[in-house]
Write a protein that binds this ligand. Structure first.
Ligand SMILES: Nc1nc2c(ncn2[C@@H]2O[C@H](COP(=O)(O)OP(=O)(O)OP(=O)(O)O)[C@@H](O)[C@H]2O)c(=O)[nH]1
Ligand SMILES: Nc1ncnc2c1ncn2[C@@H]1O[C@H](COP(=O)(O)OP(=O)(O)OP(=O)(O)O)[C@@H](O)[C@H]1O
Length: 735
């Protein structure tokens, strides 16, 4: 059995720097279980000699006294981490059976699907590259103007707000992420922002006065992805280094390492330099002296807003974690929606990367915290990654949660999957199919994946199957040009291998109720291992990724979502896919990415498709607000344009402390909106607002409180205890 190798070390540094494709970097099969430890020796031996010392060197340097311990924990998520070589393998769950083919140079064309970028799948096509007739500039202009037009036309709608946020990721569509100008800003950034920046090349100098560990971190990142050679990103590294200097994580490692790993995760899925820079700075607002204004002045609104967005998401996540909100299905769903709606979709992406790295390094924390984070991750962040279509992150998050929450099952299934997983078989099946398709002159895009440990576990549970009955642990997906080619390709598959009886499904002639179309068959590959082959056109594939038949909805099952939620998720997913695919483009691969690119208009249904829905830009979606009452948090849904008064009325209806008319019985019970007192209860609620309803002082505590004050005065001391807040008259504790 072939043993996977460490993803990030599989390609020589030069190729990593020049080809920022996930598939090229992730030349491995990543199983987040025992396979990792079994593969570690192979992994390290396959690492290039110039890379190996980085891990060793870092570990050495991290213990250097040069790294000072900060007086505060530094990590807002209370997470510790440590540098473990094998954890780096978890940076992607994708694998490439024949990575060299992807890199084989200009003679071999490669179609990189945007979807597969995010799914971490590999798609290499050989014989004639598929092309979509798409006038690049015309298409982009159409796309941009149509979106601009739509969100401007209904500025009041919440959905429009979301669209505007989402659009933030699209407006620099054509900016080449690696072209850096003297001001350090990506092309495509508006000139007025550029004018405001205080960036200088000197600041970005790699030879800045870094501690050795920081230098190594930067170098290590540069070896893994060329975006870290971008001066704008280096500048962000520089700021992050300054901001977090001396801070340590619970593991004793420098805090900066977490920032770099978060940014590397983003770079690997194709995020541009703005997002990667924000990834480096993502904790600076909360955990350092840096202010929004400073980030704004130094990096522009693009980065500053993203960092602020991540900070807000972190606060919500903390609130939810402390209140165990995510465990309630309805509220968890509202939280997902809120996350997507209140922030630029890219801020969610950064938060996910931050959480993924934290999950990878969870072992440094006490068990109880490990459990708490794993639980929240499984309830909030893995589903979010699923909704955004970032399958490789979703799988890693799920596998890590599984490991922490169900260690016995995890261990057991890991051991069994190690024996059943046969990467070599899939690699040779893929090669064989490629050759046969080329002989038949069928244009194709072929990708492969192995089912993740957790997905296998869930399928076994859900369908009450044992492992031998799961037929899609190994799978190939073939995307061809038209329906006729689907059937031609099917015949090729049937000629090559024998089919498992009863497993053929023709969802092209008989689409599923949700519109999903594809041919499925299971064949016996070489040996006794079944191999699932899915065959579809690009159009069918887009339908299976966006909109009605989207994979995230298929995976979530029968959940009933409002059309607002559905649209929001699809928008976010589309925006991120578009952005990452665009940024992952490498100009040396002609035609790459053009085959299964997200469509210029959203969503991607064919004309007249009954399942298609269009974003209703004038639609006012609901608002989700966090309400904290008597120390209990809930996520409440309100119609668009609701006010604080509406919230008070709703709270009043369920609280004995309120008058039958929905007004507070006691005047002092004033709400606080985002930590500030509300003076005007007619102010509108916004997505993600946090409203605290100051609890009434129970008579008992009030009298205790008075007694304590009395005692203090009797003792001649003022009430300075932090547990005894200052009072004004006889009213509440807070204004
Ligand atoms: N996006 C999307 N993918 C789907 C949908 N239905 C099926 N699939 C994909 O197709 C695969 C196989 O689906 P089916 O052939 O219907 O298989 P099944 O009935 O679930 O049976 P098993 O494969 O044995 O579990 C799934 O594992 C998914 O990857 C759908 O509605 N949307
Ligand atoms: N045969 C296949 N070839 C390539 N990719 C696949 C194949 N089957 C599923 N995928 C993709 O792999 C990712 C992980 O899917 P996963 O294995 O968890 O579920 P699934 O196979 O789609 O569904 P289920 O578990 O219900 O069978 C998804 O992005 C999915 O679209």
């Amino acid at each position: 059995m072939a043993v996977p190798t460490i993803a990030l070390y599989a390609s020589p540094p030069s190729s990593v720097c020049s080809t920022p494709y996930p598939c090229q970097i992730n030349a491995h099969a990543n199983y987040d279980f025992e396979l990792n430890s079994r593969s570690s020796s192979t992994a390290s031996s396959s690492a290039s000699s110039s890379q190996k010392p980085i891990v060793g060197g870092l570990s050495r340097l991290f213990s250097s006294p040069a790294v000072k311990h900060a007086s505060f924990s530094g990590d807002r998520e209370e997470l510790g981490w440590h540098d473990r070589g094998d954890e780096l393998k978890e940076l992607s769950s994708s694998f490439c059976y024949t990575p060299s083919k992807c890199l084989a140079g200009s003679s071999i064309k490669r179609d990189q699907s945007p979807v597969s970028v995010l799914q971490g799948q590999v798609s290499c096509s050989s014989s004639p590259p598929m092309r979509i007739a798409r006038e690049r500039s015309g298409c982009d202009v159409g796309f941009q103007s149509s979106i601009h037009g739509s969100f401007r036309s209904g500025a009041n709608g919440l959905f429009n707000g979301f669209v505007r946020n989402a659009l933030g990721s699209c407006v620099d569509y054509d900016s080449p992420s690696f072209e850096v100008h003297s001001n350090g800003i990506d092309e495509g950034t508006s000139s007025d922002v550029v004018d405001e920046l205080t960036f200088s090349m000197e600041d970005s100098c790699v030879d800045a006065n870094y501690e050795p560990y920081a230098k190594e971190l930067l170098l290590g990142a540069q070896l893994r992805h060329k975006i870290f050679c971008d001066t704008f990103v280096i500048k962000a590294f520089h700021e992050a280094e300054k901001a977090h200097r001396g801070q340590m994580r619970a593991s004793g490692d420098p805090y900066l390492q977490h920032c770099v790993e978060t940014a590397v995760l983003l770079a690997i899925i194709g995020a541009n330099s703005t997002v990667v820079a924000a990834g480096l700075l993502h904790d600076t607002l909360d955990d350092s002296f840096l202010s929004y204004d400073h980030i704004f002045k130094t990096f522009g609104a693009g980065v500053a807003d993203l960092v602020e967005g991540v900070s807000k998401l972190s606060q919500l996540s903390k609130l939810a974690r402390e209140n165990n909100t995510a465990s309630k299905t309805v509220e968890a769903d509202r939280l997902h929606t809120m996350f997507l709606a209140m922030a630029d979709a890219r801020a969610v992406l950064i938060k996910l990367a931050d959480r993924l790295h934290n999950m990878m390094t969870l072992d440094a924390l006490p068990l109880v915290k490990q459990q708490r984070f794993a639980k929240e991750t499984s309830e909030i962040f893995a589903p979010l990654a699923n909704r955004l279509g970032i399958s490789s992150w979703k799988e890693q998050l799920e596998n890590l949660c599984f490991k922490h929450l169900n260690p016995d099952q995890h261990k057991d299934l890991s051991a069994r999957l190690v024996d059943s997983f046969d990467e070599a078989m899939v690699a040779s099946a893929k090669e064989k199919l490629e050759k046969a398709l080329t002989d038949e002159a069928i244009s194709y895009d072929l990708s492969g994946r192995h089912k993740s440990l957790y997905s296998t576990y869930c399928k076994m549970l859900k369908k009450k199957l044992n492992m031998d009955q799961i037929h899609d642990i190994h799978g190939l997906r073939l995307i061809v040009e038209n329906t006729e080619d689907c059937y031609r390709a099917l015949r090729v598959v049937q000629r090559l291998w024998s089919e498992v009886p009863g497993k053929f499904k023709d969802y092209i002639n008989n689409p599923k109720f949700n519109g999903y179309r594809s041919l499925h068959t299971v064949v016996m590959g070489e040996g006794t291992v079944p191999l699932e082959v899915q065959i579809r056109t690009r159009e069918m594939h887009l339908q299976a990724e966006f909109g009605f038949a989207a994979h995230w909805r298929y995976k979530e099952g029968d959940s009933k979502h409002s059309s607002f939620v559905l649209q929001m998720v699809e928008w976010a997913r589309w925006v991120i896919t578009w952005q990452c695919e665009t940024m992952s483009k490498d100009h040396s691969f002609i035609g790459c990415g053009d085959s299964i690119k997200p469509p210029c208009t959203f969503p991607s249904h064919s004309d007249g498709c009954p399942y298609s829905y269009k974003p209703h830009c004038g639609q006012d979606g609901p608002v989700f607000v966090i309400m904290i009452e008597s120390d209990k948090m809930s996520v409440q849904e309100f119609p668009a344009n609701s006010t604080v008064m509406d919230l008070l009325e709703r709270a009043g209806r369920t609280s004995s402390r309120w008058s039958p008319y929905g007004f507070p019985v006691k005047e002092e019970l004033r709400p606080r909106l985002n930590h500030r007192p509300v003076y005007d209860v007619t102010c509108k609620l916004k997505m993600g607002d946090v409203v605290e309803l100051t609890p009434a002082i129970p008579d008992k505590s009030l009298s205790e409180y008075r007694e304590e004050i009395q005692r203090m005065y009797e003792r001649g001391s003022a009430p300075v205890s932090s547990t005894v807040p200052a009072v004004s008259g006889t009213v509440g504790w807070r204004s």
